[in-house]
Design a protein around this ligand. Sequence first.
Ligand SMILES: [Zn+2]
Length: 226
Amino acid sequence: MQIAGIEVTIIRSTRKTVSIFVERDGSLSARVPKEMPKEEIQSVLASKEYQIHKNLAEWATLNETKILREYVSGQSFLYLGRNYRLTLVDDEYDSLVLKNGFFLLPKSKKMAAKGLFKEFYKHKLTEKIQPLIIKFQQKMGVQSNAIRVMELGNRWASCTNKKDLNFHWKCAMAPMNVLHYIIVHELAHLIHDNHSHAFWNTVDKVLPSYHKEKEWLRQYGAQMDL
Ligand SMILES: [Zn+2]
């Protein structure tokens, strides 16, 4: 659907009001009530034109801070909320390693650097989240099924109706407390299949500071990239 010349993806949902949000890639989506007629959506969205422009402008500002990373010595890369500089080394290692506060990459692997970073993040995140999920599941009295770390497009994590939890490998770039929030958020979806007050209450009981972590993701999420 087009609003003021801007394409908006319509997502039908069980919520009762219309909400507009900017996806991580800068495209616009609107959640609308399941039964709302097309004309009504059009007019509600048209009345929110000012908010649409405001949201897009805010997205542009946040994404100015996005860093285009090159795989050269001196470039910094995020891991658990901290920046570590990359150093290209002679072939004493056969893959990317994090050692003494530096990412070390053998020169012969420079062309494969991006893939190796992804592998590193995937591997580390899988390792880090297992014990955290066990801990928070006990606290919250919930039980998930499969846990996967993967490419997840515009989302940090998701919870399927089979109670499988998926996490974007990029979550390995977030600080530990933010990672806690991402996990608790998904575990709370095992109880509430929505973002209702009851859902946020469940999150709040485990992580009373979750507003801070949510805000961190909003501000720095664009930098969590390769
Ligand atoms: Zn959610």
